[in-house]
Design a protein around this ligand. Structure first.
Ligand SMILES: [Zn+2]
Length: 163
């Protein structure tokens, strides 16, 4: 039998649930009610009623949006600083700001989901059925023009060999 949830059986469970729904952090709730943050996390993930969980999710979404807004503010400021440093000919400073900007943009990309650093699948175009069909069609038409066909075939073979 799995261990009982100390939050579900907590005398102030309603208060804990209300705080979680309002977007309180696990640490904050744990401190207020003197319970373990890990118990709070587990309870919030698994035992909140669907309605309360939805309210909490809405809070988390808003927080993510706030984060994006703040990052965008930093980016705007860094861009101004970069412009000023570049204008004054302070190349060392400009370069430093540029590095910060790069990190901010990366952060922004991750926060907005535009930059997905999960591994992606590389499609090998040369091996795709679509390409093989196109290639056969081209070479088929070029049968009427042997010289062109030879030239095209030679170049395609080079491409397929990776050069
Ligand atoms: Zn629970």
């Amino acid at each position: 039998m799995p261990p009982r949830c100390t939050i579900c059986t907590h005398p102030e469970r309603d208060g804990i649930d209300a705080e979680l729904a309002a977007g309180a952090t696990y640490m904050g709730v744990a401190r207020t009610y003197e319970v373990g943050p890990e118990s709070v996390r587990r309870h919030a993930m698994n035992h909140l009623s669907p309605a309360l969980a939805a309210v909490r999710a809405a809070h988390e979404e808003k927080e993510a949006a706030d984060l994006v807004t703040r990052i965008e503010g930093l980016i705007a400021r860094a861009e101004v600083m970069f412009g000023a440093a570049a204008k004054d000919g302070q190349s060392k400073q400009a370069l430093d700001v540029l590095k910060e900007l790069r990190q901010l943009l990366e952060l922004w990309g991750k926060a907005t989901g535009q930059l997905d650093d999960r591994p992606t699948v590389t499609v090998n175009l040369m091996a795709s059925p679509e390409w093989l069909a196109i290639r056969d069609a081209i070479l088929g038409v070029l049968c009427a023009y042997p010289e062109a066909r030879t030239a095209v075939t030679g170049r395609l073979l080079q491409l397929e060999a990776g050069s």
